[in-house]
Ligand binder design. Structure first.
Ligand SMILES: [Zn+2]
Length: 81
């Protein structure tokens, strides 16, 4: 069982915070917007998506994705391992 979620698992209620590890530029995007990219699809894992993204500022492949819950669902998803 994998801990990793796929891009399509982040539907309504999530926002992605993106940050570049090279230049520290950070920005936000909606998961649905990422899915509009020709290179992405709903079955991609977040780390795969990170490898595909380039920084808006320096154009390097150093982007990390942090999913943020902006609209909690009914079921609490705990982070206890
Ligand atoms: Zn950058």
């Amino acid at each position: 069982m994998s801990y990793a979620l796929q891009l399509g698992d982040y539907t309504e209620g999530y926002r992605f915070r993106l940050q570049c590890k090279a230049c520290n530029y950070g920005w936000y995007t909606e998961p649905a917007d990422l899915l509009q990219h020709t290179d992405t699809h709903a079955r991609m894992y977040l780390d795969e998506t990170e490898h595909m993204l380039v920084c808006l500022a320096c154009k390097k492949h150093k982007v990390i994705i942090t999913p943020l819950i902006i609209k909690p669902k009914h079921h609490f998803v705990g982070g206890l391992g």
